[in-house]
Each structure stands twice: as C-alpha cells, then as structure tokens.
Design a protein around this ligand. Structure first.
Ligand SMILES: *Cc1c(COP(=O)(O)O)cnc(C)c1O
Length: 389
C-alpha cells in the first residue's frame, strides 16, 4: 500500500503506548483509576433522552438531514447565545450545525489553508487543531501557552512575519488541557491582533458552560468585532454529557460559516434529525444539569487538590473545564512521572507532552472520576508513600 503523504506526515499518536500499558495492566487484574478521560462520566439528562426517544419514533427524522442543520436547531443555538452572552446571530447565515465541534475544527483548515500556508495553534493544545492543519497540507506554528502568562498566548511574542503569513489562529478557553480561562482584555487584544494581521480567529468554546465555583466563562462572540474576524465552535458534549451523540455548532462570521458549510455538503450529510431535536431540548429545556455538573466537578476538584496538598503536591485549582494541570515533581519528565505513578498505584494521569512540547513538565488530571474513586486514589498514593517534592 502506498500511503498518501498527508497520512505519513501525521504525527504519531503519542498515547498509543500508554493505552497499551493501561490495557495490559487491566488484563493482569490491576484496578485502574484513570484520570485520563476527557469525557463526562455522568449520563445525559432524562429530558434530553426522552426527547430523543420521541423523535426517533417519528419517521420524518429518518431521512437524510440537511448539512447546515434544521432551522429550529440553528434558531435554538442563536437564541441560546442571545440569552447567555447577549450576542446575536442570523440562524440562516451565521450558524452551522456540526457533527460535534471536532468535526468543524477538523474541516475548517480545508476552507482556508493552501499547501504550505501557516496556521497558529496553541501548544499545549487539543491535538485536532494541529493535525487538521497538517491534513490540509498546511504548516502549524505552535504558540506556547506558558504558566507565566496564565496559559494565554503572548501575542507580542509572535513573530510579525509569521503572524502576517498565518491565515488561521486557533484558541480555546476555558482551555483543554491547562484548565486556564481568558479575560476580557485577552479577547479584545486578539480581535485587534486578527485585524492587524488579517487572521481568522477560531475560538473553541467546548467548556464555556463548565465554570467552577461561581466563575462564568466568557464567549469570544460577546466582544464587539469578534464576528468580523472569526467564529466560535461549541458543543453539547461537555455541558449535557452528550459526547457520544455527536452534535455541536459554529457561529460567527458569515463568510467563514458559509465556507465551512460548503466543505461539509461535500463530505458529510449532517446530524441525524432526532439528535437535533434532542439538541433543541438541551438548549431550550431545563439547564439544571449544568449547575449539577459544575457543582460535582467543583467538589471533586476540591477533594483531590486538598488531598494531594496533604501529600505534598500543590496544584492550582482550575476555575473552569474539568481539568487540573499539574506540574510534575522535579527530576521527572511528564511520561516518567505518569508511568511511575501508574506502575506503583494503578492511577493514571495523562502526560502533558502529549498535548505539545510546552506540555512537558505537566500532567493533565481529568475530574471525570467519582469522589469515592478519588478517595481511593488518595489512599493509594499515601500508602505507597509517593514523593511529590
Ligand atoms: C471535548 C472537546 C471538544 C469537542 O468535542 P465534540 O464532542 O466534538 O463537540 C472540542 N474541543 C476541545 C478542546 C475539547 O476538549
């Protein structure tokens, strides 16, 4: 088989070895506690499941959907933005449905990247930004997210020539994997930056509804000028525990939304309409689940961070998302530390270098583990006298 260069050029899947290690341990009977999973552990709320059951029994949902999504779904998205963020979108021109936001993120570079074109991608970052730019034949340029800048890109440190050449700039707040959040200044500055260098901003807001304590994350779209320079991806996956349903959207700049839609008509055939009706229920029905989930993640975070502190490991509490981004103790790389903890205790933390070279020195801890299992994990770490300093 003679593979295409685009496949050959895809970076190796860094977690493949780790997955094997976990699978082997499980087979040997190890009771693995994995903090590696970026997927809510709780079920989809009943009102959404029930709407789905009803919709799937209606044969009119069984045909090909439209690529851009039901008007009612796009309208529900627009109304939700108006209510939550005060931003207005025309459901016909400024909203497109997506088979999960990952699908839209992965297709966007195909609209703007010619072979050799540059795109700015956060490092550490959700791997899809980089790989989709590579698949489109482009050149991803890593923008470091450093602790000293609160894991926000330092716009002034970006080389001017590269900024001018680049066509796209992916950003993501609340952030995976660092759990960082962005403030008003950041969004205002990046809109200015996009204007100056003629860049499209693609903001991934997958965790916009997962604010912990009383923190309320911002939307890129609530800032004046955002619509002139970019779009925002969002999804029902994280706030409504719907990762398996595959439903999301992009909103924002009319031209970008149109281009993304044009690519999609040629590749996929939209979201199963029954899932779209369930999505409308998620957006317009009871929002109690979001409160329930954010309280749950807050409790888990506090239990874990305070427990680890007693063992000598100080971790900054995340204000949003369900990720802790923890510095590994001196003397270890991310992978060494992750492997050491796993071998000793059966507890898995994701090595940060899997999200880019600037993730080296950290592990990502997902709060998708019950309090009972968190207590068990703390117990094991204590018993094995794991040293964190
Ligand atoms: C989970 C996640 C997504 C999205 O998921 P979909 O299920 O495809 O909507 C997008 N971006 C980030 C950073 C994520 O962590």
């Amino acid at each position: 088989m003679r593979s295409a260069d685009r496949i050959k050029n895809l970076p190796p899947y860094l977690f493949a070895e780790i997955d094997k290690m976990i699978a082997r341990a499980k087979k040997e009977g190890v009771d693995v506690i994995s903090f590696g999973i970026g997927d809510p552990d709780q079920p989809t709320p009943d009102n959404i499941v029930n709407r789905m059951i009803e919709a799937v029994q209606d044969p009119t949902t069984h045909s090909y959907p439209s690529y851009e999504g039901l008007y009612e779904y796009r309208k529900a998205v627009a109304d939700w933005y108006k209510k939550n963020y005060g931003s207005e979108f025309d459901p016909d021109k400024e909203v497109v449905s997506l088979i999960g936001s990952k699908e839209g993120i992965a297709h966007l570079p195909f609209c703007y990247i010619n072979p050799g074109d540059k795109a700015l991608v956060p490092d550490p970052g959700y791997p899809v930004y980089k790989t989709s730019v590579l698949l489109a034949g482009g050149e991803p340029v890593a923008v470091p997210l450093l602790e000293e800048n609160n894991f926000l890109p330092d716009l002034e440190a970006i080389d001017e020539d590269i900024a001018r050449e680049a066509k796209l700039f992916f950003i993501n707040y609340p952030n995976n994997p660092t759990g960082a959040v962005a403030d008003e200044d950041f969004y205002q500055n990046i809109i200015e930056f996009a204007r100056e260098y003629d860049l499209i901003i693609a903001h991934d807001a997958a965790y916009s509804e997962i604010g912990l304590d009383d923190y309320e994350p911002l939307s890129f779209m609530q800032f004046p000028g955002a619509k002139e320079v970019g779009i925002e991806f969002n999804s029902l996956s994280k706030p409504f525990n719907m990762t398996g349903w595959r439903i999301g959207w992009a909103v924002g700049n009319e031209d970008v939304i149109e281009s993304l839609g044009r690519i999609k008509t040629n590749i996929d055939s939209g979201i199963f309409e029954a899932v779209q009706y369930a999505g409308i229920e998620a957006l317009t029905g009871s929002q109690d689940n979001i409160k329930k989930m954010t309280e749950l993640y807050t409790k888990r975070r506090d239990l874990l961070v305070e427990g680890l502190k007693e063992l000598g490991w100080e971790i900054r509490k995340n204000k949003a998302s369900f990720y802790l981004w923890a510095k590994v103790p001196k003397g270890y790389t991310s992978t060494e530390f992750s492997t050491y903890i796993f071998k000793e205790t059966g507890i898995f933390f994701t090595p940060g270098n899997g999200y880019g070279e600037h993730g080296e020195g950290y592990v990502r801890i997902a709060l998708t583990v019950t309090e009972e299992r968190i207590r068990e994990a703390l117990e094991r770490l204590k018993e094995k006298k794991i040293k964190f300093t």
